[in-house]
Write a protein that binds this ligand. Structure first.
Ligand code: ADP
Ligand code: MG
Length: 579
């Protein structure tokens, strides 16, 4: 309504101005009361138009935020349907996600804003075309004819502008990644020490410049095309203006008629220009909006099965499992056969890149095997409900995360239903030495683990932890579900000293007695107490058995173990020698 009224006010002002001019130039003399009234209408119409403009912006702003809120909510809800990791590792999907976030937030508002502008322009044009019909009707016909190609051209502009935005997204994502490297705490030490600021800064700015160049080229094309079409309308209008002035000179039209004709011509031109611009903008927004719709409609990457996993009674079996991360990439697992017996503690050992972490990720069903199958008490993981399966697993992954949350929350998120269970959190913390970490902090379990946010409402920033302290929290998080059917620990103590690792492993194995655990560690001496050790090499299990059995076998495990033991003995001899 605001928009319609705002579109009418210029017409009202123009009609009143014409009456005013005609009144002033009336040969029979002027009536001062009428003049004052008309003047007041002209001024009031102008003021009203401006105020209505402000009010429309306010309403549009409120609507835009409501739409952004909904879009953000919807995109993130849609992402929870993706249960695997594969999509998140696809550059195309990340681009689309960026475009979906952007277009979901902007497009509806842009379309809405453009619609308002189109309505306002249409009302204004409609009114002034009425004026033109009264003054000299052929002008209105010419005008409509000239408008058709202008508006038709906007379709292709919309298409090319949308594809510019799509290609620019990949450049902007690279730009953001360098920006994060330059400002994020994860990389800042190396950036400063290796003096990488210049390199990363230049790269960031070069991506920024390339994105800008693409966008400016598109904007230039749009402006030139639109200007060319406007010139066409101007030519048409010039004919009309010359004709009307000629008729006024010969006494056929009044000064007021000439004035309103000229006003109408310029207003219609402005209105058409704005319609062209807005329809291109709306067209681009609609085209980009399909990325948002695509993310919302994105099918689940991993289909959750219908069956509920039972408590693990027999074991988990990898049957001839082949797996690779990319369709064209190297096979990571090449026909891996492995039985994990219910209740046992099993260690996976192997060189870097052997596929140990991959085995753990497959167990969580972050990916499905390309060939072969993994069974849980005889049932293929694909037939099980993924959320129920994951509820039966606890894990500390190799690249452990420390969240910008309090110490208690950092541990409690391991079993989110018990986020406020302080006793449970403290018990999990004791198992991994995280309780000592908490004790040394000023606010104990309520200390915020973050250097970039303020603690609570206060002005104090949170506290940073050392790598080992962070790892103790991550391990305690995994222990929140210490009754899980399956516990996965992927190099859980790589940041801890050997003694602490030995202590924690012993503690965990003790607590997990009778429950199934899989442990990955490069410190073979800390694995002596597990039930069995499996060596993974070339995508297969090459040796499996207890520490004693593998030592007796005298294969690659025995070799690795002796090499490490020799290194340790040498190191301790050196220390002893110095003393
Ligand atoms: P590790 O035994 O050291 O834990 P991983 O299972 O992490 O080895 O990795 C095995 C192989 O798979 C490596 O060659 C690695 O490069 C590759 N790889 C691991 N994760 C990914 C991933 N997300 N995408 C593509 N390749 C991966
Ligand atoms: Mg690994």
């Amino acid at each position: 309504m605001l928009t319609v009224v705002a579109g009418v006010t210029p017409i009202l002002a123009a009609v009143a101005t014409r009456a005013l001019v005609d009144e002033l130039t009336r040969p029979a003399g002027t009536d001062s009361g009428t003049l004052v009234a008309l003047g007041a209408i002209v001024v009031a119409a102008g003021g009203l138009g401006t105020v209505l403009g402000y009010l429309s912006s306010l309403v549009a702003g409120i609507q835009r935020r409501a739409i952004q809120f909904t879009a953000e909510n919807d995109v993130h809800k849609a992402l929870t349907r993706l249960r695997g990791l594969r999509r998140f590792e696809e550059p195309d999907f990340q681009n689309r996600l960026g475009l979906a976030m952007q277009s979901g937030a902007d497009s509806p508002g842009a379309v809405l804003g453009s619609c308002f502008e189109l309505i306002r322009s249409a009302v204004m044009i409609g009114g002034f075309v009425g004026v033109l019909v009264v003054t000299w009707w052929p002008a209105s016909v010419l005008l409509v004819v000239a408008a058709v190609p202008t508006l038709a051209a906007q379709r292709s502009l919309a298409r090319s502008n949308a594809s510019t935005t799509e290609t620019a997204m990949a450049l902007h994502r690279r730009r953001f990644s360098y920006q994060t490297l330059l400002t994020g705490l994860a990389s800042i030490k190396e950036v400063k020490l290796f003096d990488l600021e210049g390199l990363f800064h230049d790269r960031m700015m070069s991506y920024s410049a390339r994105a800008n160049a693409k966008e400016i080229a598109a904007e230039r094309r749009t402006a030139l095309t639109q200007s060319a079409y406007v010139l066409l309308t101007v030519a048409v209008m010039a004919v009309g203006v010359v004709y009307v002035i000629g008729r006024a000179a010969s006494g056929g039209l009044s000064a007021g008629d000439v004035l309103i004709f000229v006003t109408a011509v310029t207003s219609v031109q402005t209105g058409l220009g704005s319609m062209a611009r807005e329809s291109a903008r709306a067209g681009r927004a609609v085209r980009l909006f399909h990325h948002y719709m695509a993310v919302l409609a994105c099918p689940p990457d991993i289909a959750s099965g219908p069956r509920e996993p039972t408590a693990l009674r027999r074991g988990i079996v990898f049957e001839d499992v082949w797996f690779r991360y990319d369709e064209s990439g190297e096979w990571v697992l090449r026909g891996l056969d492995l039985t994990i017996r219910a209740g046992e503690s099993l260690a996976l050992v192997g060189v870097n890149g052997a596929g140990k972490s991959t085995v753990m990720k497959l167990l969580c069903r972050f990916y499905d095997p390309d060939r072969g199958r993994i069974t849980w008490d005889g049932v293929d993981l694909k037939e099980l409900s993924t959320s129920e399966l994951r509820r039966r697993i606890s894990a500390a992954f190799q690249d452990h995360t420390v969240y910008d949350l309090t110490v208690a929350e950092n541990i409690g998120v391991g079993d989110v239903a018990r986020l406020d269970d302080r006793a449970g959190i403290a018990a999990a913390a004791r198992m991994t030495g995280a309780d000592e970490v908490a004790r040394e902090l000023s606010d104990g379990y309520d200390t915020l683990v973050s250097r970039i946010f303020f603690q609570g409402e206060g002005e104090q920033p949170g506290t940073a932890l050392s790598g080992g302290q962070g790892q103790r929290l991550a391990l305690a998080r995994a222990m929140m579900r210490d009754d899980a059917d399956l516990l996965l620990l992927d190099e859980p103590s790589s940041w801890l000293d050997a003694l602490a690792e030995q202590h924690i492993n012993r503690e965990l194995i003790e607590r997990r007695r009778g429950r199934t655990s899989i442990l990955i560690s490069h410190r073979l001496s800390t694995l002596r107490e597990v039930d069995r050790i499996a060596v993974i090499a070339h995508g297969q299990v090459t040796e499996i058995g207890s520490h004693g059995a593998l030592m007796a076998l005298n294969g690659s495990y025995a070799e690795m173990f002796q090499a490490q033991a020799a290194a340790y003995t040498e190191a301790s001899l050196k220390v002893a020698g110095h003393e």
